[in-house]
Design a protein around this ligand. Structure first.
Ligand SMILES: [Zn+2]
Length: 308
């Protein structure tokens, strides 16, 4: 009997290899797919971003964490049973966002890659482009006004960058600031909305405020821009969003001292709750398009809201 199982296993491995399926996988059965509603998990990957979104039809990963945190990303993807990523969205090519891309390409069958198309000269970025080309993964450049269908009624409405911003390469005080051209997008599902911001800073937020009326920006939750750095989350932006809470992705005792006390003060002023991966671990949001809940891995807190 054992011999038969071994033979079967060898056969399955051979078929998988022949079909080009990811070989760096673990063999654990994936959890059943989400049948209704949208789940958003801000994965605890230290100082960086990795946000897993599951709609009734698709799995989307926004950013991949830092090069130094691929172990955490790998463990999280394994725990979540992610084998296929319908859309990998890289908000901008800094290493704390693109650093785990190779891990994702190795572990998962990535169907499409979306980024802002602004090149940089780092090895990580070169490797990323090389892998996309080698694997023949379709790639797409996102711009203000694009709308991605995430399946099951969920949409991702891109608010930034504009083509003009990318042409200007995010110049700030004579230097290129890649953060400024981060992909900023509003995840929409029924009456629920969450603002995804990458590392966008105040000039990006002000640009969005100029291009969009507040009713296009209002949301239930904000992914805190730039890990809660004081260069993001300007008061006018927060006022327009009118969000219930901010979700901050940052490392324990990180060297950048994120989130900055002044930003926490601004959130408090707007009566926003704060959830942080350094303190709460992975943060899970579930929504049926009307109400939503926020659940944390540590210091379990649950919050149900019905606010659109
Ligand atoms: Zn970052």
């Amino acid at each position: 009997m054992k011999a038969l199982w071994t033979a079967l296993l060898v056969l399955v491995s051979a078929i998988s290899a022949a079909c080009g399926l990811p070989t760096d996988w673990f063999g654990d059965a994936p959890p059943p797919p989400v049948e209704t509603g949208v789940t958003i998990k801000m994965l605890a990957v230290g100082q960086g971003d990795a946000i897993l979104i599951r709609t009734p039809e698709q799995t989307i990963l926004v950013d991949t964490g830092d090069t130094s945190e691929t172990g955490r990303l790998r463990a999280a993807l394994k725990k979540e049973g992610v084998r296929r990523v319908d859309k990998l969205i890289v908000t901008h090519p800094h290493r704390d966002h693109i650093g785990g891309a190779e891990t994702v390409f190795r572990m998962c069958d990535v169907k499409e890659v979306c980024d802002n198309g602004q090149p940089t000269s780092t090895n990580i970025y070169r490797e990323y482009l090389k892998t996309i080309q080698k694997k023949g993964i379709p790639s797409r450049t996102l711009r203000d006004g694009d709308v991605l269908d995430l399946g099951g009624g969920a949409l991702l409405r891109v608010l930034s960058p504009t083509q003009e911003m990318v042409d200007e390469r995010g110049m700030q005080n004579g230097k290129v600031n890649l953060n400024l051209n981060s992909i900023v997008a509003r995840l929409e599902y029924g009456e629920f909305a969450m603002m995804l911001t990458g590392d966008a800073e105040a000039p990006t937020e002000m640009g969005i405020l100029k291009r969009y009326a507040p009713d296009m920006l209002r949301c239930s939750l904000l992914k805190s821009g730039h890990h809660g750095s004081k260069t993001a989350s300007c008061t006018k932006f927060l006022q327009a969003l009118d969000a219930d809470a901010a979700l901050v992705s940052c490392g324990e005792d990180n060297e950048y001292h994120c989130p900055h006390p002044s930003v926490l003060g601004r959130y408090e002023q707007q009566e926003m709750k704060v959830f942080r991966t350094d303190q709460n671990g992975t943060i899970t949001v579930r929504t049926d398009g009307k109400a939503y809940t926020v659940e944390t891995e540590r210091d379990r807190e649950a919050d149900a809201g019905a606010k659109p």
